[in-house]
Design a protein around this ligand. Structure first.
Ligand code: HEM
Length: 558
Protein backbone atom coordinates (compact mmCIF):
# COMPACT_ATOMS: atom_id res chain seq x y z
CA UNK A 1 0.00 0.00 0.00
CA UNK A 2 1.46 3.42 -0.99
CA UNK A 3 1.01 6.63 0.91
CA UNK A 4 -2.01 7.86 -1.09
CA UNK A 5 -3.72 4.49 -0.60
CA UNK A 6 -3.05 4.69 3.15
CA UNK A 7 -4.47 8.23 3.23
CA UNK A 8 -7.50 7.19 1.20
CA UNK A 9 -8.18 4.19 3.42
CA UNK A 10 -7.83 6.39 6.54
CA UNK A 11 -10.21 8.94 4.98
CA UNK A 12 -12.58 6.15 4.21
CA UNK A 13 -12.58 4.83 7.78
CA UNK A 14 -12.70 8.43 9.14
CA UNK A 15 -16.06 9.05 7.38
CA UNK A 16 -18.38 10.68 9.96
CA UNK A 17 -20.90 8.27 11.41
CA UNK A 18 -24.55 9.25 11.39
CA UNK A 19 -25.38 11.33 14.46
CA UNK A 20 -27.63 8.70 16.03
CA UNK A 21 -24.84 6.09 15.76
CA UNK A 22 -22.37 8.30 17.68
CA UNK A 23 -24.53 8.44 20.79
CA UNK A 24 -23.33 6.19 23.59
CA UNK A 25 -26.67 5.62 25.25
CA UNK A 26 -25.32 4.02 28.40
CA UNK A 27 -22.98 7.02 29.03
CA UNK A 28 -25.75 9.46 28.26
CA UNK A 29 -28.14 7.80 30.69
CA UNK A 30 -25.42 7.66 33.37
CA UNK A 31 -24.41 11.31 32.93
CA UNK A 32 -27.97 12.58 32.82
CA UNK A 33 -28.81 10.56 35.95
CA UNK A 34 -25.72 12.03 37.64
CA UNK A 35 -26.72 15.51 36.56
CA UNK A 36 -30.26 15.04 37.76
CA UNK A 37 -29.06 13.59 41.06
CA UNK A 38 -26.78 16.60 41.53
CA UNK A 39 -29.63 18.99 40.75
CA UNK A 40 -31.93 17.11 43.09
CA UNK A 41 -29.34 17.30 45.89
CA UNK A 42 -28.90 21.02 45.37
CA UNK A 43 -32.66 21.52 45.34
CA UNK A 44 -33.00 19.52 48.58
CA UNK A 45 -30.23 21.56 50.25
CA UNK A 46 -31.84 24.83 49.09
CA UNK A 47 -35.31 23.77 50.25
CA UNK A 48 -33.98 22.46 53.55
CA UNK A 49 -32.14 25.68 54.33
CA UNK A 50 -35.11 27.76 53.15
CA UNK A 51 -37.63 25.86 55.26
CA UNK A 52 -35.35 25.56 58.29
CA UNK A 53 -34.83 29.33 58.07
CA UNK A 54 -38.60 29.79 57.97
CA UNK A 55 -39.28 27.25 60.72
CA UNK A 56 -36.91 28.92 63.22
CA UNK A 57 -38.41 32.37 62.83
CA UNK A 58 -35.60 34.86 63.54
CA UNK A 59 -35.93 36.37 66.98
CA UNK A 60 -34.30 39.56 65.80
CA UNK A 61 -35.11 41.22 62.50
CA UNK A 62 -32.54 41.23 59.74
CA UNK A 63 -32.03 41.06 56.00
CA UNK A 64 -33.12 37.96 54.11
CA UNK A 65 -30.22 35.68 53.29
CA UNK A 66 -29.48 33.26 50.48
CA UNK A 67 -29.64 29.51 50.97
CA UNK A 68 -26.26 28.04 51.97
CA UNK A 69 -24.36 31.36 52.08
CA UNK A 70 -26.82 33.41 54.14
CA UNK A 71 -25.82 37.11 54.08
CA UNK A 72 -22.14 36.51 53.34
CA UNK A 73 -22.44 37.76 49.77
CA UNK A 74 -23.23 41.27 51.07
CA UNK A 75 -20.38 41.46 53.58
CA UNK A 76 -17.55 39.40 52.11
CA UNK A 77 -14.40 41.32 51.26
CA UNK A 78 -15.98 44.73 51.84
CA UNK A 79 -16.80 47.12 54.67
CA UNK A 80 -19.08 44.77 56.64
CA UNK A 81 -19.28 47.27 59.52
CA UNK A 82 -20.81 49.78 57.11
CA UNK A 83 -23.26 47.23 55.69
CA UNK A 84 -24.44 46.28 59.23
CA UNK A 85 -24.77 50.00 60.03
CA UNK A 86 -26.99 50.49 56.95
CA UNK A 87 -29.09 47.38 57.75
CA UNK A 88 -29.56 48.64 61.31
CA UNK A 89 -31.26 51.75 59.89
CA UNK A 90 -33.83 49.46 58.25
CA UNK A 91 -34.21 46.61 60.78
CA UNK A 92 -33.26 48.16 64.13
CA UNK A 93 -30.22 48.40 66.41
CA UNK A 94 -29.87 44.67 67.01
CA UNK A 95 -30.07 42.55 63.89
CA UNK A 96 -29.77 38.91 63.03
CA UNK A 97 -27.71 37.87 60.03
CA UNK A 98 -26.53 34.55 58.66
CA UNK A 99 -22.89 33.65 58.12
CA UNK A 100 -23.56 30.60 55.97
CA UNK A 101 -25.87 28.51 58.16
CA UNK A 102 -24.68 30.21 61.38
CA UNK A 103 -26.92 32.74 63.09
CA UNK A 104 -25.05 35.86 64.24
CA UNK A 105 -26.43 38.76 66.23
CA UNK A 106 -24.94 42.18 65.44
CA UNK A 107 -25.30 45.06 67.91
CA UNK A 108 -25.22 48.45 66.19
CA UNK A 109 -26.01 51.23 68.65
CA UNK A 110 -24.48 52.69 71.78
CA UNK A 111 -27.59 52.13 73.89
CA UNK A 112 -28.03 48.49 72.78
CA UNK A 113 -24.30 47.82 73.28
CA UNK A 114 -24.52 49.04 76.88
CA UNK A 115 -27.71 47.03 77.50
CA UNK A 116 -26.25 43.84 76.09
CA UNK A 117 -22.46 43.89 76.62
CA UNK A 118 -22.29 45.82 79.89
CA UNK A 119 -25.50 44.63 81.56
CA UNK A 120 -24.98 40.95 80.63
CA UNK A 121 -21.19 41.01 80.85
CA UNK A 122 -20.67 37.46 82.16
CA UNK A 123 -23.14 35.95 79.69
CA UNK A 124 -20.94 37.31 76.89
CA UNK A 125 -17.65 36.13 78.35
CA UNK A 126 -16.57 33.63 75.71
CA UNK A 127 -15.29 33.75 72.15
CA UNK A 128 -16.45 31.53 69.30
CA UNK A 129 -14.14 28.89 67.86
CA UNK A 130 -13.37 29.14 64.14
CA UNK A 131 -12.28 26.49 61.69
CA UNK A 132 -9.30 28.36 60.22
CA UNK A 133 -7.93 29.69 63.46
CA UNK A 134 -8.79 27.01 65.97
CA UNK A 135 -9.60 23.77 64.15
CA UNK A 136 -8.53 22.42 60.84
CA UNK A 137 -9.58 18.99 59.68
CA UNK A 138 -7.05 16.29 60.49
CA UNK A 139 -5.32 15.57 57.15
CA UNK A 140 -5.01 11.86 57.88
CA UNK A 141 -8.80 11.61 57.68
CA UNK A 142 -9.28 14.21 55.01
CA UNK A 143 -10.01 13.13 51.45
CA UNK A 144 -8.26 16.24 50.09
CA UNK A 145 -4.80 16.23 51.58
CA UNK A 146 -2.72 18.95 49.99
CA UNK A 147 1.01 18.57 49.65
CA UNK A 148 1.56 21.11 52.42
CA UNK A 149 -0.68 19.15 54.74
CA UNK A 150 1.08 15.89 53.88
CA UNK A 151 4.52 17.37 54.52
CA UNK A 152 3.67 18.58 57.98
CA UNK A 153 3.78 16.00 60.74
CA UNK A 154 2.32 18.23 63.45
CA UNK A 155 -1.01 17.59 65.11
CA UNK A 156 -3.65 19.30 63.05
CA UNK A 157 -6.53 19.68 65.43
CA UNK A 158 -5.37 23.24 66.03
CA UNK A 159 -3.45 25.47 63.70
CA UNK A 160 -2.78 29.08 64.69
CA UNK A 161 -4.38 28.81 68.12
CA UNK A 162 -2.14 25.84 68.87
CA UNK A 163 1.17 27.67 68.58
CA UNK A 164 3.65 27.70 71.45
CA UNK A 165 1.23 29.96 73.22
CA UNK A 166 -2.28 31.15 72.68
CA UNK A 167 -3.54 34.71 73.12
CA UNK A 168 -6.15 35.99 75.55
CA UNK A 169 -8.23 37.61 72.81
CA UNK A 170 -8.90 34.30 71.04
CA UNK A 171 -9.46 32.05 74.07
CA UNK A 172 -12.83 30.56 75.00
CA UNK A 173 -14.07 31.07 78.53
CA UNK A 174 -12.58 28.73 81.13
CA UNK A 175 -9.98 28.42 83.87
CA UNK A 176 -7.04 28.89 81.52
CA UNK A 177 -8.57 32.15 80.26
CA UNK A 178 -9.21 33.41 83.79
CA UNK A 179 -5.59 32.76 84.82
CA UNK A 180 -4.19 34.23 81.60
CA UNK A 181 -6.39 37.34 81.91
CA UNK A 182 -5.30 37.86 85.52
CA UNK A 183 -1.62 37.58 84.63
CA UNK A 184 -1.97 39.86 81.58
CA UNK A 185 -4.07 42.43 83.45
CA UNK A 186 -1.33 42.76 86.10
CA UNK A 187 1.23 43.61 83.43
CA UNK A 188 -1.11 46.11 81.73
CA UNK A 189 -2.34 47.85 84.89
CA UNK A 190 -1.78 51.58 85.53
CA UNK A 191 1.25 51.02 87.84
CA UNK A 192 2.76 48.57 85.31
CA UNK A 193 2.33 51.11 82.50
CA UNK A 194 3.89 53.80 84.71
CA UNK A 195 6.87 51.54 85.31
CA UNK A 196 7.31 51.29 81.53
CA UNK A 197 7.18 55.02 80.71
CA UNK A 198 10.96 55.03 80.14
CA UNK A 199 10.50 52.40 77.42
CA UNK A 200 7.75 54.49 75.77
CA UNK A 201 10.12 57.49 75.89
CA UNK A 202 12.89 55.53 74.15
CA UNK A 203 10.67 53.97 71.47
CA UNK A 204 8.97 57.26 70.57
CA UNK A 205 12.38 58.99 70.30
CA UNK A 206 13.43 56.17 67.99
CA UNK A 207 10.43 56.83 65.72
CA UNK A 208 11.09 60.58 65.66
CA UNK A 209 14.68 59.85 64.63
CA UNK A 210 13.39 57.56 61.84
CA UNK A 211 11.06 60.31 60.59
CA UNK A 212 14.08 62.64 60.33
CA UNK A 213 16.31 60.08 58.60
CA UNK A 214 13.82 58.32 56.27
CA UNK A 215 12.17 61.66 55.45
CA UNK A 216 15.52 63.39 54.73
CA UNK A 217 14.61 66.06 57.29
CA UNK A 218 11.26 66.78 55.64
CA UNK A 219 12.31 66.53 51.99
CA UNK A 220 10.77 63.10 51.31
CA UNK A 221 7.47 61.45 52.23
CA UNK A 222 7.84 58.63 54.76
CA UNK A 223 5.94 55.35 54.41
CA UNK A 224 5.10 55.27 58.11
CA UNK A 225 3.33 51.93 58.44
CA UNK A 226 6.42 49.82 59.22
CA UNK A 227 8.19 52.37 61.46
CA UNK A 228 5.02 52.69 63.56
CA UNK A 229 4.62 48.92 63.79
CA UNK A 230 8.27 48.62 64.76
CA UNK A 231 7.58 51.04 67.61
CA UNK A 232 4.63 49.10 69.03
CA UNK A 233 6.41 45.77 68.56
CA UNK A 234 9.64 47.00 70.12
CA UNK A 235 7.72 48.35 73.10
CA UNK A 236 6.06 44.96 73.66
CA UNK A 237 9.32 43.07 73.23
CA UNK A 238 11.23 45.32 75.59
CA UNK A 239 8.49 44.89 78.22
CA UNK A 240 8.40 41.11 77.74
CA UNK A 241 11.95 40.13 76.77
CA UNK A 242 14.07 43.20 77.54
CA UNK A 243 15.08 43.41 73.88
CA UNK A 244 14.36 46.01 71.25
CA UNK A 245 13.92 45.62 67.48
CA UNK A 246 15.14 47.63 64.48
CA UNK A 247 13.85 47.97 60.94
CA UNK A 248 17.18 46.67 59.65
CA UNK A 249 16.58 43.32 61.33
CA UNK A 250 14.67 40.68 59.27
CA UNK A 251 13.15 39.38 62.53
CA UNK A 252 11.21 42.66 62.87
CA UNK A 253 9.67 42.28 59.43
CA UNK A 254 8.95 38.60 60.00
CA UNK A 255 7.00 39.25 63.21
CA UNK A 256 5.12 42.23 61.75
CA UNK A 257 4.17 40.33 58.57
CA UNK A 258 3.16 37.09 60.30
CA UNK A 259 1.05 38.83 62.95
CA UNK A 260 -0.63 40.87 60.22
CA UNK A 261 -1.45 37.75 58.18
CA UNK A 262 -2.74 35.97 61.28
CA UNK A 263 -5.11 38.86 61.92
CA UNK A 264 -6.32 38.50 58.35
CA UNK A 265 -7.13 34.84 59.01
CA UNK A 266 -9.10 35.98 62.05
CA UNK A 267 -11.35 38.31 60.05
CA UNK A 268 -14.91 37.08 60.52
CA UNK A 269 -16.08 38.35 57.17
CA UNK A 270 -13.16 37.31 55.00
CA UNK A 271 -12.80 33.56 55.59
CA UNK A 272 -15.68 31.81 53.87
CA UNK A 273 -14.35 28.35 54.83
CA UNK A 274 -15.16 29.15 58.48
CA UNK A 275 -18.87 29.07 57.70
CA UNK A 276 -19.31 27.10 54.49
CA UNK A 277 -17.58 23.71 54.79
CA UNK A 278 -17.73 23.28 51.01
CA UNK A 279 -14.94 25.87 50.69
CA UNK A 280 -12.62 23.71 52.83
CA UNK A 281 -12.60 21.13 50.04
CA UNK A 282 -12.10 23.56 47.19
CA UNK A 283 -8.84 22.23 45.73
CA UNK A 284 -7.37 25.67 45.00
CA UNK A 285 -8.03 27.02 48.47
CA UNK A 286 -4.74 28.13 49.99
CA UNK A 287 -5.90 28.99 53.52
CA UNK A 288 -4.76 25.68 55.02
CA UNK A 289 -1.21 25.93 53.71
CA UNK A 290 -1.11 29.60 54.73
CA UNK A 291 -2.29 28.82 58.27
CA UNK A 292 0.33 26.10 58.69
CA UNK A 293 3.10 28.31 57.35
CA UNK A 294 2.15 31.16 59.69
CA UNK A 295 2.06 28.83 62.66
CA UNK A 296 5.52 27.51 61.80
CA UNK A 297 6.95 31.00 61.42
CA UNK A 298 5.31 32.22 64.64
CA UNK A 299 6.60 29.22 66.60
CA UNK A 300 10.09 29.86 65.23
CA UNK A 301 10.33 33.44 66.47
CA UNK A 302 8.64 32.76 69.82
CA UNK A 303 11.16 29.94 70.37
CA UNK A 304 14.04 32.16 69.29
CA UNK A 305 12.97 34.96 71.66
CA UNK A 306 12.56 32.50 74.55
CA UNK A 307 15.96 30.89 73.94
CA UNK A 308 17.68 34.24 73.60
CA UNK A 309 16.37 35.59 76.90
CA UNK A 310 17.09 32.34 78.74
CA UNK A 311 20.69 32.42 77.54
CA UNK A 312 20.99 36.07 78.64
CA UNK A 313 19.52 35.31 82.07
CA UNK A 314 22.00 32.47 82.55
CA UNK A 315 24.85 34.77 81.55
CA UNK A 316 23.50 37.53 83.80
CA UNK A 317 23.31 39.82 80.75
CA UNK A 318 19.55 40.41 80.61
CA UNK A 319 17.52 43.60 81.02
CA UNK A 320 14.57 43.89 83.43
CA UNK A 321 11.61 42.25 81.71
CA UNK A 322 8.59 40.11 82.28
CA UNK A 323 10.31 36.87 81.30
CA UNK A 324 13.23 37.40 83.70
CA UNK A 325 10.88 38.56 86.48
CA UNK A 326 8.91 35.35 86.12
CA UNK A 327 11.98 33.11 86.12
CA UNK A 328 13.29 34.62 89.32
CA UNK A 329 9.88 34.83 91.00
CA UNK A 330 9.10 32.63 94.02
CA UNK A 331 5.71 31.84 92.43
CA UNK A 332 6.46 31.74 88.71
CA UNK A 333 3.69 31.38 86.16
CA UNK A 334 3.60 27.97 84.52
CA UNK A 335 5.22 28.02 81.05
CA UNK A 336 1.86 27.89 79.25
CA UNK A 337 0.46 30.93 81.07
CA UNK A 338 3.69 32.83 80.62
CA UNK A 339 3.59 32.10 76.88
CA UNK A 340 -0.01 33.35 76.73
CA UNK A 341 0.95 36.64 78.38
CA UNK A 342 3.98 37.12 76.11
CA UNK A 343 2.13 36.32 72.91
CA UNK A 344 -0.79 38.53 73.92
CA UNK A 345 1.62 41.45 74.30
CA UNK A 346 3.26 40.64 71.01
CA UNK A 347 0.06 40.53 68.99
CA UNK A 348 -2.41 42.52 71.17
CA UNK A 349 -1.63 46.08 70.30
CA UNK A 350 0.59 45.60 67.28
CA UNK A 351 -2.03 46.25 64.61
CA UNK A 352 -4.63 48.24 66.53
CA UNK A 353 -2.37 50.79 68.25
CA UNK A 354 -0.30 51.11 65.06
CA UNK A 355 -3.33 51.79 62.87
CA UNK A 356 -4.69 54.39 65.31
CA UNK A 357 -1.35 56.23 65.21
CA UNK A 358 -1.19 55.91 61.42
CA UNK A 359 -4.76 57.25 61.00
CA UNK A 360 -4.04 60.18 63.35
CA UNK A 361 -0.98 61.17 61.31
CA UNK A 362 -2.93 60.78 58.05
CA UNK A 363 -5.68 63.02 59.39
CA UNK A 364 -3.21 65.62 60.68
CA UNK A 365 -1.46 65.67 57.31
CA UNK A 366 -4.72 66.79 55.70
CA UNK A 367 -5.86 69.10 58.54
CA UNK A 368 -3.36 71.93 59.22
CA UNK A 369 -6.05 73.67 61.31
CA UNK A 370 -6.11 70.78 63.81
CA UNK A 371 -2.30 70.70 63.83
CA UNK A 372 -2.22 74.41 64.68
CA UNK A 373 -4.73 74.05 67.50
CA UNK A 374 -2.83 71.05 68.88
CA UNK A 375 0.54 72.83 68.62
CA UNK A 376 -0.78 75.91 70.46
CA UNK A 377 -2.34 73.66 73.12
CA UNK A 378 1.03 71.93 73.68
CA UNK A 379 2.89 75.23 73.85
CA UNK A 380 0.42 76.64 76.37
CA UNK A 381 1.43 73.88 78.78
CA UNK A 382 5.06 73.25 77.74
CA UNK A 383 6.73 76.41 76.38
CA UNK A 384 9.66 74.39 75.03
CA UNK A 385 10.41 70.87 73.78
CA UNK A 386 12.68 69.98 76.69
CA UNK A 387 9.78 70.48 79.09
CA UNK A 388 7.48 68.46 76.85
CA UNK A 389 9.94 65.56 76.58
CA UNK A 390 10.65 65.60 80.33
CA UNK A 391 6.90 65.36 81.01
CA UNK A 392 6.85 61.82 79.67
CA UNK A 393 7.70 60.58 83.17
CA UNK A 394 4.55 62.23 84.52
CA UNK A 395 1.61 60.04 85.28
CA UNK A 396 -1.03 62.28 83.75
CA UNK A 397 -1.94 63.78 80.39
CA UNK A 398 -1.45 67.52 80.81
CA UNK A 399 -2.60 68.69 77.36
CA UNK A 400 -6.35 67.97 77.18
CA UNK A 401 -6.53 68.76 73.45
CA UNK A 402 -4.02 65.98 72.65
CA UNK A 403 -6.02 63.49 74.76
CA UNK A 404 -9.15 64.63 72.90
CA UNK A 405 -7.40 64.32 69.53
CA UNK A 406 -6.34 60.72 70.24
CA UNK A 407 -9.82 59.86 71.51
CA UNK A 408 -11.45 61.34 68.42
CA UNK A 409 -9.07 59.35 66.19
CA UNK A 410 -10.04 56.20 68.08
CA UNK A 411 -13.72 57.05 67.57
CA UNK A 412 -13.74 58.29 64.00
CA UNK A 413 -11.39 55.62 62.62
CA UNK A 414 -12.33 52.75 65.00
CA UNK A 415 -9.39 50.46 64.15
CA UNK A 416 -11.13 47.26 65.31
CA UNK A 417 -14.53 47.87 63.71
CA UNK A 418 -16.27 44.64 64.63
CA UNK A 419 -14.29 44.22 67.89
CA UNK A 420 -13.65 40.51 68.49
CA UNK A 421 -16.66 38.20 68.26
CA UNK A 422 -18.24 36.92 71.48
CA UNK A 423 -20.03 33.72 72.30
CA UNK A 424 -22.87 33.71 74.83
CA UNK A 425 -22.49 31.26 77.71
CA UNK A 426 -26.05 31.96 78.96
CA UNK A 427 -29.23 33.26 77.39
CA UNK A 428 -29.31 37.05 77.13
CA UNK A 429 -32.57 39.00 77.19
CA UNK A 430 -32.93 42.16 75.18
CA UNK A 431 -36.21 44.02 74.69
CA UNK A 432 -38.29 40.93 75.24
CA UNK A 433 -36.23 38.78 72.86
CA UNK A 434 -33.70 36.10 73.68
CA UNK A 435 -30.17 35.71 72.42
CA UNK A 436 -29.76 32.01 73.10
CA UNK A 437 -26.76 30.46 74.84
CA UNK A 438 -24.11 29.50 72.27
CA UNK A 439 -24.88 32.39 69.90
CA UNK A 440 -22.12 34.42 68.27
CA UNK A 441 -22.57 38.14 68.93
CA UNK A 442 -20.71 40.93 67.18
CA UNK A 443 -20.30 44.41 68.63
CA UNK A 444 -20.23 46.83 65.71
CA UNK A 445 -17.90 49.33 67.38
CA UNK A 446 -17.89 51.44 64.22
CA UNK A 447 -21.71 51.80 64.31
CA UNK A 448 -21.65 52.61 68.04
CA UNK A 449 -18.97 55.26 67.51
CA UNK A 450 -21.07 56.73 64.68
CA UNK A 451 -24.30 56.67 66.68
CA UNK A 452 -26.03 60.02 66.17
CA UNK A 453 -28.09 59.49 69.34
CA UNK A 454 -24.81 59.80 71.26
CA UNK A 455 -22.57 61.92 69.06
CA UNK A 456 -23.59 65.17 67.44
CA UNK A 457 -22.40 65.19 63.80
CA UNK A 458 -20.71 61.75 64.13
CA UNK A 459 -19.33 61.88 60.58
CA UNK A 460 -17.20 64.95 61.40
CA UNK A 461 -13.74 64.66 62.93
CA UNK A 462 -13.98 67.05 65.87
CA UNK A 463 -11.66 66.55 68.90
CA UNK A 464 -13.47 69.36 70.75
CA UNK A 465 -16.45 67.05 71.42
CA UNK A 466 -14.37 65.29 74.10
CA UNK A 467 -13.52 68.61 75.79
CA UNK A 468 -17.18 69.66 75.75
CA UNK A 469 -18.28 66.35 77.28
CA UNK A 470 -15.41 64.31 78.76
CA UNK A 471 -17.86 61.59 79.91
CA UNK A 472 -18.92 60.62 76.38
CA UNK A 473 -18.60 56.87 75.86
CA UNK A 474 -16.20 55.38 73.37
CA UNK A 475 -16.56 51.88 71.95
CA UNK A 476 -13.23 51.35 70.20
CA UNK A 477 -11.88 49.15 73.00
CA UNK A 478 -15.04 47.03 73.21
CA UNK A 479 -17.24 46.72 76.24
CA UNK A 480 -17.87 44.47 79.23
CA UNK A 481 -16.05 41.37 80.42
CA UNK A 482 -13.78 40.83 77.41
CA UNK A 483 -13.05 44.51 76.80
CA UNK A 484 -9.50 45.38 75.65
CA UNK A 485 -6.98 44.74 78.41
CA UNK A 486 -4.33 47.03 76.93
CA UNK A 487 -6.14 50.37 76.66
CA UNK A 488 -4.10 52.14 79.39
CA UNK A 489 -0.82 51.27 77.67
CA UNK A 490 -2.22 52.13 74.22
CA UNK A 491 -3.60 55.52 75.35
CA UNK A 492 -0.33 56.50 77.02
CA UNK A 493 1.79 55.44 74.06
CA UNK A 494 -0.41 57.32 71.57
CA UNK A 495 -0.66 60.48 73.67
CA UNK A 496 3.11 60.76 74.17
CA UNK A 497 3.95 60.02 70.54
CA UNK A 498 1.36 62.32 68.94
CA UNK A 499 2.25 65.24 71.25
CA UNK A 500 5.94 64.83 70.42
CA UNK A 501 5.41 64.59 66.65
CA UNK A 502 3.19 67.70 66.58
CA UNK A 503 5.68 69.64 68.71
CA UNK A 504 8.63 68.84 66.44
CA UNK A 505 7.16 68.60 62.92
CA UNK A 506 4.71 70.16 60.51
CA UNK A 507 2.93 67.18 58.98
CA UNK A 508 2.04 67.27 55.29
CA UNK A 509 0.22 64.94 52.87
CA UNK A 510 1.52 63.26 49.74
CA UNK A 511 -0.77 63.61 46.67
CA UNK A 512 -2.61 60.31 47.33
CA UNK A 513 -3.26 60.82 51.04
CA UNK A 514 -6.87 59.99 51.85
CA UNK A 515 -8.06 60.58 55.42
CA UNK A 516 -11.63 59.38 54.86
CA UNK A 517 -12.51 56.55 57.26
CA UNK A 518 -13.98 54.40 54.45
CA UNK A 519 -12.28 55.27 51.17
CA UNK A 520 -8.92 55.77 52.91
CA UNK A 521 -8.74 52.17 54.20
CA UNK A 522 -5.95 49.94 52.93
CA UNK A 523 -8.05 46.76 53.18
CA UNK A 524 -11.82 46.86 53.65
CA UNK A 525 -12.05 43.48 55.35
CA UNK A 526 -9.03 43.44 57.66
CA UNK A 527 -9.58 42.76 61.34
CA UNK A 528 -7.54 45.93 62.12
CA UNK A 529 -8.45 48.78 59.81
CA UNK A 530 -5.40 50.77 58.66
CA UNK A 531 -5.06 53.63 56.19
CA UNK A 532 -3.34 53.30 52.84
CA UNK A 533 0.41 53.62 53.20
CA UNK A 534 0.67 56.60 50.87
CA UNK A 535 3.53 58.51 52.47
CA UNK A 536 3.49 61.51 54.79
CA UNK A 537 5.87 64.47 55.07
CA UNK A 538 7.38 65.43 58.42
CA UNK A 539 9.03 68.86 58.11
CA UNK A 540 11.00 69.77 61.23
CA UNK A 541 9.77 73.05 62.75
CA UNK A 542 13.40 73.73 63.69
CA UNK A 543 15.98 71.23 62.42
CA UNK A 544 18.62 72.10 65.01
CA UNK A 545 16.13 72.01 67.84
CA UNK A 546 14.92 68.55 66.71
CA UNK A 547 18.51 67.25 66.46
CA UNK A 548 19.29 68.70 69.82
CA UNK A 549 16.30 67.15 71.58
CA UNK A 550 16.75 63.75 69.90
CA UNK A 551 20.51 63.82 70.44
CA UNK A 552 19.91 63.84 74.17
CA UNK A 553 18.37 60.37 74.02
CA UNK A 554 21.31 58.82 72.05
CA UNK A 555 18.93 56.79 69.90
CA UNK A 556 20.51 54.50 67.30
CA UNK A 557 17.95 53.52 64.71
CA UNK A 558 19.95 50.93 62.79
C1 HEM B 1 -5.52 51.52 69.98
C2 HEM B 1 -5.19 50.37 70.46
C3 HEM B 1 -6.12 49.22 70.73
C4 HEM B 1 -7.42 49.04 70.34
C5 HEM B 1 -8.31 49.95 69.50
C6 HEM B 1 -7.84 47.75 70.86
C7 HEM B 1 -9.10 47.21 70.66
C8 HEM B 1 -9.51 46.01 71.19
C9 HEM B 1 -10.82 45.44 71.02
C10 HEM B 1 -11.97 46.06 70.23
C11 HEM B 1 -10.86 44.27 71.69
C12 HEM B 1 -12.06 43.33 71.81
C13 HEM B 1 -12.88 43.78 72.98
C14 HEM B 1 -14.20 43.09 73.14
O1 HEM B 1 -14.37 41.91 72.81
O2 HEM B 1 -15.13 43.75 73.65
C15 HEM B 1 -9.56 44.08 72.29
C16 HEM B 1 -9.21 43.01 73.07
C17 HEM B 1 -7.97 42.87 73.65
N1 HEM B 1 -6.91 43.75 73.59
FE1 HEM B 1 -6.86 45.51 72.65
N2 HEM B 1 -6.80 47.21 71.54
C18 HEM B 1 -5.73 48.07 71.50
C19 HEM B 1 -4.49 47.91 72.07
C20 HEM B 1 -4.12 46.84 72.86
C21 HEM B 1 -2.82 46.68 73.47
C22 HEM B 1 -1.65 47.66 73.38
C23 HEM B 1 -2.84 45.48 74.13
C24 HEM B 1 -1.77 44.80 74.93
C25 HEM B 1 -0.51 44.87 74.76
C26 HEM B 1 -4.17 44.92 73.95
C27 HEM B 1 -4.60 43.75 74.49
C28 HEM B 1 -5.86 43.21 74.31
C29 HEM B 1 -6.28 41.95 74.90
C30 HEM B 1 -5.46 41.04 75.79
C31 HEM B 1 -7.61 41.74 74.48
C32 HEM B 1 -8.48 40.53 74.76
C33 HEM B 1 -9.30 40.71 76.02
C34 HEM B 1 -10.11 39.45 76.26
O3 HEM B 1 -10.47 38.75 75.33
O4 HEM B 1 -10.40 39.18 77.44
N3 HEM B 1 -4.90 45.77 73.17
N4 HEM B 1 -8.76 45.16 71.98
Amino acid sequence: MNISEVLNSTRATAQPMPYWQQINFSELVASSIARQLLLACLAIICCASFFSARKQAPRFPGPAGWPIIGNLASIYHCHAERQFYEWAKVYGDVIEVKFGPMKVIVVNSAAAAKDIFAASATALSSRPVFHTFHHVRDPSTSPTISSVQKKSNQKHDQVIAGTLGTTIGTASFGDALKKGRKATAAELSKPAVKANLGKIDLETRHLLQELMVYGSEGQRAVQVSKPIKRLTLSLSLSICYGRRVYLGDPLTHDIIDVEDEILRLRSMTDNLQDFIPLFRYWPFNSYYGKALELRKRRDAYVLRLNEEIEAKIQAGAHQDCLYAKNMTSTHPLPVKELSTVLLTFLSGGLATASSTIHWTLTLLATRPDIQDTAYKAIRSVYPNDKQLFASCEQDSEEVPYISALVREALRYYTPSRLALPRLTVHDVQYEGKTIAEGTTVILNTYACNMDSALFKDPGTFRPERWLEDPDLSIFSYGLGYRMCAGYTLANREMYILIARIIALFVIGPSPDTDADNITGCADAAHQAMAPKNTGIYFRPRDVNQVKDILGQGHVEIF
